[in-house]
Design a protein around this ligand. Structure first.
Ligand SMILES: NC(=O)c1ccc[n+]([C@@H]2O[C@H](COP(=O)([O-])OP(=O)(O)OC[C@H]3O[C@@H](n4cnc5c(N)ncnc54)[C@H](O)[C@@H]3O)[C@@H](O)[C@H]2O)c1
Length: 269
């Protein structure tokens, strides 16, 4: 996993998978520009990485705002002398922004908001990063897909539609950017223990039961950890993965390899 000196820009890097990827990449010698809408937490995460000896900066950016996205890419290129890796990680779920999670209750504005962050944000960041990626020796884009890129889940309408879109955006970009030597891949996690999943679980009538059920749908009977995904992102960015392109890489503890829960196998979680 050689990412030494690669210049990363990571969206949604204040919390969860984005923050952990910033930590893992910086610890492996990458130069990392964190960005997020949560300025205080983003700054604090970058500062903690610097305290640990890493090379990290923070730039505020809402991925739905085209001017902010353009400025993020320009600032990263200026700070590091270029961009090698765009990690399109920023994302949210309808349960994070309210109660509108069913077809009957969801407003058009909520549906469009989720698509705006999770899907249009990836498009905008790719659009403004690519002029810089074209000048890199190891350019790649890594998008946040999901098991919801493949399957339907309860109360997941907007999120599922956005992650299905990310799947085909990933493959389409891999095709269009192949002549530039830019690889485009996506990681597709099952439930990973971050704010997003915690909020979704806590909003359910029986959080403990739901969390347990989620874990038991994985053949590795636990929720994912942000570090599990961060290491995959770094591999997809690394020099060793130069033949990996256009892939939707499941990192799901085996959840899509079967249909069941682990109690059927006599396993405890
Ligand atoms: N946690 C999971 O189980 C899981 C599973 C599959 C996919 N994912 C995907 O992984 C990515 C990271 O999710 P996470 O679990 O770390 O969630 P998280 O909620 O911990 O982190 C998401 C980050 O995105 C930021 N963000 C939200 N809206 C933004 C915007 N408009 N512009 C910029 N940043 C914004 C948030 O402030 C936050 O820091 C998301 O795209 C998510 O859909 C997560």
């Amino acid at each position: 996993m050689n990412v030494r000196d690669l210049r990363f820009v990571i969206t949604g890097a204040a919390h969860g998978i984005g923050a952990e990827t910033a930590r893992v990449a910086a610890a492996a010698g990458a130069r990392v520009m964190l960005s997020d809408v949560d300025d205080a937490r983003g700054e604090a995460t970058a500062e903690a990485i610097r305290q640990a000896g890493g090379d990290a900066q923070f730039c505020p950016c809402d991925v739905t705002d085209e001017d902010q996205v353009r400025a993020l890419m320009e600032r990263t290129a200026e700070a590091f002398g270029g961009i090698d890796v765009l990690h399109n990680n920023a994302g949210t779920h309808e349960s994070m922004i309210g109660e509108e999670v069913t077809l009957d209750t969801m407003s058009r504005a909520t549906f469009e908001r989720i698509l705006g962050i999770n899907l249009v944000g990836c498009f905008l960041c790719a659009k403004y990063a690519v002029p810089h990626l074209r000048k890199s020796d190891y350019p790649s884009i890594i998008n946040a897909g999901s098991t919801a890129s493949f399957l339907g889940f309860p109360q997941n309408l907007a999120y599922g539609a956005s992650k299905g879109g990310v799947a085909i955006l990933t493959k389409s970009l891999a095709v269009d950017l192949a002549p530039d030597g830019i690889r485009v891949n996506a990681y597709c996690p099952a439930a990973v223990e971050t704010n997003m999943v915690t909020k979704f679980v806590d909003a359910s009538p029986n959080p403990e039961a739901l969390k347990n059920m989620m874990a038991r749908s994985h053949l590795v009977p636990r929720l994912g950890a942000p570090a599990d995904v961060a290491h995959l992102v770094c591999f997809l960015a690394s020099r060793e993965s130069s033949f990996v392109n256009g892939v939707l890489w499941l990192i799901d503890g085996g959840s899509l390899a079967w249909r069941g829960t682990t109690d059927v196998l006599g396993m405890e979680s």
